[in-house]
Design a protein around this ligand. Structure first.
Ligand code: HPA
Ligand code: ZN
Length: 345
């Protein structure tokens, strides 16, 4: 397999067809406006928007918070385990079409328990969705519970307590929601407890927050991956460390564009991060809100950054398997499948 001999004209087809893992997807962010309206009707929930078109037209964000306000409102239609299962299956069908072979799904229990929907309802529906994805689509998956960082550490502890009876149904914890003024240190004790419980640890850092938040996610929370992390480039010593320690960064280009982290995709630092030797992956974050699922993130970013080559495409897919929380045998099997696609290109 000579990656440097593959013509760039094959690139889009390769990006679409290569097997890949998705490691940064908020399942509530996959809720399409059509499904929001279907569920609202099914559950008798009144929406602030008169139509699918009006809702979609409201998806004009200026920063992370302006998105989060609409994202939490959209999630208000989710009431039953069936709703969570339907949402997950809708995502898995899209993911399978994009040749995602494995997905690690974030979910935000506090968004639901605050509305009176029990943790059990949420995890039961999502688990059913994950089981069906394997059975019906051959897509492997796992769940990662995210704490909302705009809430307190005590509230995170309470959520962890509610979750522990279902410890076998999720593999790790993460940290999401409003990053500014909510540094990782705020959650030091709850992450220490999760570490004792042998949960995998990840955190959003360096999306809107400063590189110091990436450092404290690593040094205080002891996370294994950084979600986003694109602002690391403001701290060259940090970039060197991330490369040396092979800390994965789950980058989400269309999210960064829609939330104005970068003005245009041509300004995105994905190529710079890869060329600095970082273990970067490409992901969709909240695909229903940011204009596309994982393949669209790949295709649009490669179109905007002509320095990206088939070698980079291979590396990104390879990184997604290496950075995933699965057994080595699974990583090897998917890497072999990836190699076969590139060998035939
Ligand atoms: N950042 C922080 N919190 C989130 C995001 C994001 O991109 N998506 C859903 N919750
Ligand atoms: Zn995210």
């Amino acid at each position: 397999m000579n990656l440097d001999k593959i013509p760039r004209s094959n690139l889009e087809r390769l990006l679409r067809s290569m097997p890949k893992a998705e490691l940064h997807i908020h399942i509530e962010g996959s809720l399409e406006p059509e499904l929001i309206f279907t569920l609202a009707q099914r559950n008798g929930v009144t929406l602030a928007y008169p139509s699918v078109e009006a809702l979609r037209a409201a998806y004009a964000f200026t920063d992370l918070q302006s998105f989060l306000d609409i994202y939490y409102a959209g999630a208000s239609v989710l009431l039953t385990a069936q709703d969570f299962e339907d949402m997950a299956m809708a995502y898995f069908r899209r993911a399978a079409a994009d040749h995602v072979v494995h997905a690690e799904l974030f979910f935000d229990p506090q968004t639901h328990t605050a509305r009176g929907v029990s943790f059990e309802t949420v995890i039961t529906g999502l688990t059913r969705g994950c089981e069906r994805a394997q059975r019906e689509l051959g897509v492997s998956s796992a769940l990662i519970l995210c704490f909302l960082r705009h809430l307190s550490e005590d509230e995170a502890f309470a959520t962890l307590e509610e979750a522990l009876p279902y410890r076998g149904q999720f593999i790790g914890v993460g940290l999401d929601s409003s990053e500014r003024d909510h540094p990782p240190e705020k959650f030091a004790r709850v992450f220490a407890r999760c570490r004792e419980l042998d949960l995998h640890l990840v955190a959003h850092a360096g999306e809107e927050g400063p590189p110091a938040y990436i450092r404290s996610a690593l040094d205080v929370l002891h996370v294994e991956r950084i979600d986003h992390g694109v602002r690391c480039v403001e701290d060259p010593a940090l970039v060197q460390r991330l490369a040396r320690e092979r800390v994965p960064l789950t980058v989400c280009p269309l999210s960064n564009l829609k939330l104005r982290v970068f003005d245009t995709l041509a300004d995105h630092n994905l190529a710079a991060l890869l060329d600095a030797g970082l273990a970067v992956t490409v992901n969709s974050d909240d695909p229903a809100y940011f204009g596309g699922y994982i393949n669209r993130n790949f295709v649009e970013t490669f179109a905007a950054l002509p320095q990206l080559t088939p070698r980079h495409a291979y590396q990104l897919a390879r990184n997604s398997f290496d950075a995933s929380f699965v057994a080595d045998a699974d990583k090897q099997r998917w890497t072999d499948a990836l190699d076969a696609v590139f060998a035939a290109a």
